[in-house]
Design a protein around this ligand. Structure first.
Ligand SMILES: [Zn+2]
Length: 310
């Protein structure tokens, strides 16, 4: 299963203990995936559709616990994609039930029913977490940390996107919103923020997996940077040494190394013998030993000489 799927499986099994949080999570799930079935100006049923059996079970349990109602689950087989099914949880609404409408943030007006922001649902911090968890289960996804860091919740309701942004910000997260046709995407891009969000909604196993991959990934990047840097230095040293050998050979061919002053001759002969040695190493091989800058100085003189010959 995908990283996102695993996170959802984990969160589908988290059952909030308090009724206030159970209601908040259920309301979020219904707002994300719910459909209000209306007949003759009355709300007949609430239908929640999900492709996850675990999420369906969760909605069923929440409905039972919060409203003492028995929902029905219908499995719809997808013809084209044989692998996954759709689960429809049908929550029948008998009688007026103004309490239920108010609790779920559903407003009735002239026989129409629609969702409104219900501030009571997210008054407490515990309920805000539960609401975000429900919203993620209903329309969220999170990329595997192996790839690009990305966490998002998608809704087709602009005011709900704003509400979600507000909730993100309550936890000191800085979400961005983008629009894709009729959809509004509330998303996070920074790994630190995604880790925080996973913790807020209670996806602790997903969080640990995310952190493990992130650490390995960042370490690998760091090692690559170091290796690249060392390779670059090494290439520079080798190129310089190759140039030095060529110029010493030129001097040897034209003037002869035996004509050189002893200090220059020593360095020139050592360089020919050890083309891959660094200046520091060459200096250590001289007797008496000479520092890197001393060797560099002699090499410069040899370069001058070669320039004149050329
Ligand atoms: Zn609560």
């Amino acid at each position: 299963m995908s990283f996102s799927g695993d996170a959802k499986e984990e969160l589908a099994r988290v059952m909030p203990r308090r009724r206030c949080c159970q209601l908040a999570e259920l309301a979020a799930l219904i707002r994300m995936d719910g459909l209000l079935q209306v007949g003759r100006g009355r709300l007949i049923a609430i239908l929640v559709t999900t492709d996850s059996a675990s999420v369906a079970r969760k909605v069923f349990r929440l409905v039972k616990s919060v409203f003492r109602l028995q929902a029905r689950i219908v499995v719809r087989r997808k013809r084209r994609l044989k692998k996954s099914n759709d689960y429809v949880i049908i929550l029948p609404v008998r009688g007026e039930r103004p309490d239920l409408l108010k609790d779920l943030g559903i407003k009735a007006e002239n026989g129409n029913f629609f969702f409104v922001a219900n501030e009571d649902l997210v008054k407490r911090q515990c309920c805000r977490r539960a609401y975000l968890r429900g919203a993620f289960l209903g329309g969220g996804s999170v990329n595997s940390p192996e790839g690009t860091y990305h966490f998002e919740i998608i809704t087709d309701d602009e005011s709900h996107a704003e509400k979600l942004c507000d909730l993100f910000q309550r936890f000191k997260l800085a979400p961005k919103v983008s629009r894709r046709r009729t959809w509004f995407i509330v998303y996070l891009k920074e790994s630190d923020q995604i880790v925080k969000m996973l913790s807020i909604i209670g996806a602790h196993t997903a969080l640990l997996d995310f952190e493990n991959v992130r650490i390995v990934k960042e370490m690998r990047n760091q090692v690559n940077r170091l290796v690249n840097c060392e390779t670059a230095n090494l290439t520079k040293t080798v190129n310089a040494a190759v140039r030095q050998v060529e110029m010493i050979k030129l001097i040897a061919r034209t003037r002869g190394l035996t004509k050189l002053p002893q200090p220059l001759r020593d360095v020139a002969e050592l360089r020919l013998q050890y083309p891959e040695a660094s200046l520091k190493e060459l200096g250590e091989m001289l007797s008496p030993p000479v520092g890197k800058s001393g060797v560099n100085h002699r090499i410069r003189k040899l370069e001058h000489m070669a320039e004149e010959i050329r």
